[in-house]
Design a protein around this ligand. Structure first.
Ligand code: MLC
Ligand code: AMP
Length: 503
């Protein structure tokens, strides 16, 4: 195979007439048609002057054409840089500069300001709108519906996905063709996906979960997807009888449980519900089972590693655990800051190694060296333990991270904005429990002597620089931050004080 990822995802299906995407407006796009659209987009990208290895920054809504753009990148050997649609211009500037993207694809409403930005970095802009129109597609439509697949090695880059960090700026996780292919094949096989499956897809497609887990698994197995623009409870309830499986973050399941239309009857055709990206509460697992008879299959992954563990398809799905290491994945629980494994059952830092683990951070050799050991193990920053049967429990995080509705939020990024306000001496940002999002953000600020911070002004500053989902739900002014003898802010104390503060 000249390009194993492309060939395995798109090139080798016999079922070209099988529906691939079923849209809410009744349109159906077959696997064969999807291949043709992808080829046209690949032709448009190459005509634009892009060559293998070039990066394309993409901030677009969910659409079949947006998925075709991903497939086109794989076929043409280009590196996709998917970006959250909520990111502000300030956030985008960093990703575009850091990735060195030569082409930016965005919605036409953002075109004017992104064109200015692109010029600064010598990049160009094309548009792709939610309904599949835009300059990229206008060009693609005039071009052949076949494309000579570009040869790729397993170790070549397929995507750069930015993850934030506990210090400094976001890091681009370099994912190779083999990272994506090996994980998609493993998951399709472990979760028993085949071409008769229909997946309900309501996740965003700019993250590992919605793109590499959900889409790649369905491409590899040749099945179909009911493709929703976003999570919409009424639409999910309407579609559940038409599908065989759904993948979601825990918020999907808690929202479903809050609705009395979720019943055993509604879900009787489903063979698999998968949850991941954030902890699924044991209570949610049992409530869902009591209501529907289905045991949600929880798995654990990361941007840098794709999926690492999964509860079994057959066999016991153990509540409160993320299951067993996937075939090919080595998982160790290590004493923090050491190279020693903990005694079985004890809590330690989770490290993983396997074909799923990324190649390193884009142009950040020091950060790569700090997290990716020479022996191939990646230090995840998650704390966990393993029971006698090999089931992994995620106990907490060694990294200062908030997960809200499946989105990762690094407090440091918000603290930097708060600290830069003229009236603020210092700040701390914490996550507190939230019934809807699992965790939500609270900001605490200590004013400079004699200053009274204006919260509305601070909110405007946050709005100008950070995506909405990162904004603190509440900002409190306090006299001082609790610190330990080393001078480190004791966020556990703050979390305890503010855990039920939300009005
Ligand atoms: C939206 N908002 C959020 C939010 N999502 N706020 C905090 N956390 C979130 N996750 C805000 C919006 O800014 C808006 O603010 C308001 O909530 C309503 O917006 P919305 O678009 O209507 O939100 P909603 O549809 O309710 O979205 C919630 C959600 C969505 C949970 C369905 O966030 C989602 O799809 N999350 C999935 C994230 C995901 O795919 N994670 C995988 C990462 S990969 P306002 O003020 O304007 O009302 C990974 C690896 C792995 O972690 O293991 O999978
Ligand atoms: P991201 O960097 O967005 O890929 O998020 C990865 C992080 O999400 C992991 O390091 C974990 O902290 C968390 N995560 C993913 N899946 C689970 C899960 N099933 N349970 C608990 N945490 C999870």
């Amino acid at each position: 195979m000249v390009n194993p990822l492309f060939d395995s995802l798109l090139g080798i299906h016999s079922g070209k007439n099988t529906p691939f995407l079923k849209l809410t407006d009744q349109r159906v796009i077959t696997h064969g048609k999807f291949l043709e659209i992808s080829a046209q987009v690949a032709n448009a990208l190459v005509q634009h002057g892009l060559v293998a290895g070039d990066r394309i920054a993409v901030q677009v809504s969910k659409s079949p054409e947006a998925l075709a753009l991903f497939a086109a990148c794989v076929q043409a050997g280009l590196v996709l840089v998917p970006l959250n649609t909520a990111y502000t211009l300030a956030e985008l500037a960093y990703f575009i500069e850091n990735s060195g993207a030569s082409l930016i694809i965005c919605d036409e409403t953002n075109e004017p300001e992104l064109t200015n930005l692109a010029q600064t970095f010598g990049a160009r802009v094309m548009t792709l709108n939610a309904e599949g129109s835009g300059t990229l597609i206008e060009v693609a439509r005039t071009l052949p519906s076949s494309f000579l697949t570009v040869e790729r090695n397993p170790d070549d880059l397929a995507a750069l996905l930015y993850t934030s960090g506990t210090t400094g700026r976001s890091k681009g996780a370099m994912l190779t063709h083999n990272n994506l292919l090996s994980n998609a094949k493993t998951l399709a096989s472990e979760w028993r996906f085949d071409k008769t499956d229909v997946l309900l897809h309501a996740l965003p497609i700019f993250h590992t979960h919605g793109l590499f887990v959900a889409i790649n698994v369905m491409l590899v197995c040749g099945g179909s997807i009911v493709f929703l623009p976003k999570f919409d409870l009424d639409e999910i309830i309407r579609q559940l009888p038409n599908v065989s499986s759904m993948m979601g973050v825990p918020t999907f399941y808690t929202r479903l449980l809050d609705d009395e239309r979720l019943t055993r009857d509604l879900t009787k055709h489903i063979r698999l519900f998968v949850s991941g990206s954030a902890p699924l509460l044991v209570e949610t697992y049992f409530d869902f089972e009591a209501r529907t008879g289905h045991r949600i299959l929880e798995r654990y992954g990361m941007t840098e590693t794709n999926m690492n563990t999964s509860n079994p398809y057959e066999g016991e799905r153990r509540a409160g655990t993320v299951g067993l290491p996937l075939p090919g994945v080595d998982l160790k629980i290590m004493k923090p800051n050491s190279d020693k494994i903990v005694i079985p059952g004890q809590i330690g830092q989770i490290e993983v190694r396997g074909p799923n683990v990324f190649k390193g951070y884009w142009q950040m050799p020091e950060k790569t060296a700090a997290e990716l050991r020479n022996n191939g193990f990646f230090i995840t920053g998650d704390l966990g333990k393993m029971d006698d049967d090999g089931y992994v429990y995620i106990i907490g995080r060694n990294k200062d991270l908030i997960i809200s509705g499946g989105y990762n939020i690094y407090p440091k990024e918000i603290e930097c904005v708060l600290d830069s306000q003229p009236s603020v001496m210092e700040s701390a940002v914490i996550g507190v429990p939230d019934v809807n999002f699992g965790e939500t953000v609270i900001g605490l600020i200590v004013p400079k002597e004699g200053e009274t911070p204006n919260i509305e002004e601070i909110k405007s500053a946050l709005a100008a620089s950070l995506a909405k989902f990162k904004h603190p739900r509440e900002i409190h002014i306090i006299d001082e931050l609790p610190r330990n003898t080393m001078g480190k802010v004791q966020k556990n104390i703050l979390r305890n004080i503010y855990k039920s503060s939300l009005s």
